[in-house]
Design a protein around this ligand. Structure first.
Ligand SMILES: *Cc1c(COP(=O)(O)O)cnc(C)c1O
Length: 390
């Protein structure tokens, strides 16, 4: 073969870090705090709802392209009851194969080759790959540590907008930093989007995982934003069924139709029986969401305490189930080398944040740990990591 098999658009991406680190975990028997999936399944009654749908023959054949009506109605009700956002389940809701497909379809549909896409850096790894597949140019705006947490510099965001900017790809609560953008920050982003006539695609898969009384504000709810925003949600993180791959978008009829045009040629449809189960999950009583949040906040503190005792600098997340740390106080400099050696040294797997940046030097000393694990696993991980302190 004269040419390498992988095309130029994707050549820089290789295998994801999660595959590399999960393989390390499997090979060494280490505790895997790398990839963000819970080690406990979601509610029994939702699992049973999926079994029932499967047995009753609901969703075993291709479901409707936009998603089953029961789920689209449940999504619309969820947006209205939680955020006062009214969407028509027929024209303004689209079910996707997880948020991952929603991100891909949105970017493939909305971005022309040459368009610039602003994304908050460090970013979720699929963003850069999907911008590249769409032929766009990514323009990172970097969140930086300030007073123990990561913050968005609004002046930097404003300065990043050019005449070629097509859209801002937001993510709040933000993976990997745990930053939850405030109403004031989002209002400034919204004003910029309106002033410069930009679209916003906002990844809100962690909308229910916010701590310390933080409020999740969908940017679509701010003035002038409903008609220019694609909001992405997912059942995976909220209901602890990451393998089911049920995600969705809510947007204006025009934007929804555009995203559907791309989505229909990616998977067409997916997750038939699971769609019925998630329709029920979205109608769980408030107590479910409150307990989820309280449990995760406790787990955050459990792992955070363990990491601090082991000598890491810990950035306190106000959302998601990740903690970003700095390894400089441990006398370490290179997060990638540190994470490669960690399973052998301590029996723990983590992710180097450098993979979430364009500039390999940025985030060089930062490491991400997931805390969506059983309490005893988090306690054990903490005590293993304390070997670093001695
Ligand atoms: C996990 C995750 C996704 C992917 O969600 P799926 O519904 O599993 O496809 C998207 N965005 C962010 C920020 C995530 O952490």
């Amino acid at each position: 073969m004269k040419r390498p098999p992988l095309n130029r658009r994707l050549a820089e991406f290789g295998t994801t870090i999660f595959a590399e680190m999960s393989a390390l975990a499997a090979g060494t028997g280490a505790i895997n705090l790398g990839q963000g999936f819970p080690d406990t399944d979601g509610p029994d009654e939702i699992r049973e709802a999926a079994v029932r749908a499967l047995r009753d023959g609901r969703g075993n054949q291709y479901p409707p392209g936009p998603g089953v009506p029961e789920l689209r109605t449940a999504i619309a009700d969820h947006q209205r009851e939680r955020y006062g956002l009214a969407y028509d389940p027929d024209a303004e809701v689209l079910v996707t194969a997880g948020a991952t497909e929603a991100i891909a379809a949105s970017l493939l549909a909305l971005v022309e080759p040459g368009d610039e896409v602003i994304a908050l850096e460090p970013y979720y790894d699929s963003y850069a790959a999907c911008v590249a597949m769409a032929g766009g140019t990514r323009v990172p705006v970097t969140l930086r540590p300030h007073a123990g947490a990561y913050v968005l510099d609004l002046d930097e965001l404003r300065a990043a907008v050019t005449d070629r900017t097509r859209l801002i790809l937001l993510n709040t609560p933000h993976n990997p930093t745990g930053t939850v953008l405030t109403r004031a920050e989002l209002t400034a982003v919204a004003e910029l989007a309106v002033e410069r006539d930009l679209l916003v695609v906002t990844d809100e898969v962690y909308e229910h995982l916010v701590f310390d009384g933080a409020e999740h504000v969908p940017i679509a709810s701010l003035p002038g934003m409903r008609e220019r925003t694609v909001t992405i949600g997912s059942a995976g993180k909220t209901f602890s069924f990451t393998g089911w791959k049920v995600g969705w978008i809510t947007a204006s009829p025009e934007l929804t139709a555009a995203v559907r045009s791309a989505k229909q040629f990616l998977t067409y449809v997916s997750s038939g029986p699971f769609q019925y189960a998630i329709a029920e999950a979205l109608r769980l009583p408030t107590a479910y969401f409150d307990t989820l949040r309280a449990d995760l906040q406790r787990k955050r503190d459990l792992l955070g305490d363990g990491l601090r005792a082991a000598g890491f600098e810990v950035y306190r997340p106000r959302g998601t189930y990740f903690i970003t740390t700095d390894i400089t106080p441990l006398g370490e400099k290179d997060a990638h080398a540190f994470c490669r050696a960690l399973p052998e040294r301590c029996g723990v797997v983590a992710i180097p944040n450098s993979v979430f940046y364009d500039d390999p030097d940025a985030g060089r000393s930062q490491v991400r740990f997931a805390f969506c694990k059983k309490d005893d696993v988090l306690i054990e991980a903490g005590s293993r990591l304390r070997r670093l302190a001695s």
